[in-house]
Design a protein around this ligand. Structure first.
Ligand code: SF4
Ligand code: SF4
Ligand code: SF4
Length: 329
């Protein structure tokens, strides 16, 4: 009986370890990336920092995002460019912001910031309930109904994108750009792209956008640095950027080409296997302990049979104590 119990507990532990490997395989599948993905190219040599894209984003996401006049933190209207004086970050009130960068010896450069919709998104790999996931079309989307609020996605994202509604005590959620997936599905371009007056934003198939970006660099090498940011960063992203200055001057981090999910997958797998091994050991310890208690019970029963006086109810407490002492050795 004890051996059967041990084997059953051991099997459960091994199953737990195997299941962690399956989870790893599933995340690798999510992380595969999609060669047919769509995306957006932002050419900061054309961007004038007008904030029309910010206004458009709020407008097309009005069911999720509040109007600026209802922001919990003070914010200027979208036509007010004085906000560009300070660097801003996306948060639970805005999916995108445009920042201005004063670069020595040239006009200011503007760069739009939002989720980059990675080809192998670290946020999705880190999300163990799969609230974040990569779609075949390109957008990385969020299922609020699955989110447990662990905020692993915020830690995992190499671009510091996911924002959290800390002020909402009852239903705090993660906020980030959706690439306007519903609009794309209905044949429209993302809201921000549709309203950019300078055509600094172009929507299309990611592979085509890379060709357009490379052609611009080739045709006007004096205008651009020779680097399409997002072509390879973090395994590639659906949002791509052209710049007249090194991208790191526009707060675009040097994250390397390897998807972060691949760097962490070994650790995650090891953690899963460790959890499986731990349950095997705990199961074994539990089985051994139970076996010793049973042995002690058997000894007591034999003692009671050989000495009827010791089996009387009056001494039960002391006899049990002896049995426990024996079992604990
Ligand atoms: S930029 Fe960050 S939040 Fe967006 S898909 Fe990549 S890892 Fe996820
Ligand atoms: S793609 Fe849509 S959600 Fe994302 S920044 Fe543009 S308008 Fe906002
Ligand atoms: S709408 Fe276009 S030009 Fe205006 S800030 Fe946005 S990306 Fe730049």
């Amino acid at each position: 009986m004890n051996r059967r119990k041990f084997l059953s507990l051991a099997s459960a532990g091994i199953a737990a370890a195997a299941s962690s490997v399956n989870v790893r395989a599933a995340s690798a599948d999510v992380a595969e990336g999609r060669p047919e993905a769509v995306g957006v190219l932002h050419d900061s040599t054309l961007c004038i920092g007008c904030r029309s894209c910010e206004a458009a984003c709020q407008s097309v996401n009005s069911s999720i995002l509040p109007r600026p006049e209802n922001y919990r933190t003070p914010e200027k209207p979208f036509y007010d460019r004085s906000v560009l004086a300070v660097k801003r970050q996306t948060d639970f009130q805005r999916f995108t912001v445009v920042n201005r960068y004063a670069v020595e010896g040239r006009y200011p450069v503007h760069r739009k910031f939002q989720c980059n919709h990675c080809m192998e998104p670290a946020c999705a790999s880190a999300c163990f309930v799969k609230a974040l996931y990569k779609t075949p079309e390109g957008p990385v989307l969020y299922r609020s109904e699955l989110c447990v609020g662990c905020r692993y996605c915020m830690v995992a994202c190499p671009f510091f994108v996911p924002a959290y509604d800390y002020d909402n005590a009852w239903n705090p959620l993660v906020y980030k750009c959706t690439m306007c997936a519903p609009r794309i599905a209905s044949g429209q371009v993302p809201g921000c792209v549709s309203r950019c007056p300078e055509k600094a934003l172009i929507f299309g198939k990611r592979s085509e956008l890379i060709k357009i970006a490379q052609a611009r660099i080739m045709e006007s090498p004096e205008k651009y640095v020779k680097h399409v940011y997002g072509e390879h960063e973090a395994g590639g992203t659906c949002w791509l950027y052209l710049s007249p200055v090194p991208h790191k001057l526009l707060d675009q981090p040097e994250v390397g080409d390897v998807p972060p999910s691949r760097l962490t997958s070994g650790v995650l797998e090891a953690a899963g296997v460790a959890a499986g091994i731990l349950s095997v050991l705990l199961g074994a310890a539990c089985a051994v302990s139970r076996r010793r208690v049973n042995n002690a019970d058997d000894s007591r029963a034999e003692g009671a049979e050989s000495d009827p006086a010791r089996g009387s109810g009056g001494d039960t407490h002391n006899e049990a104590s002896e049995g426990n002492k024996e079992g604990g050795q």
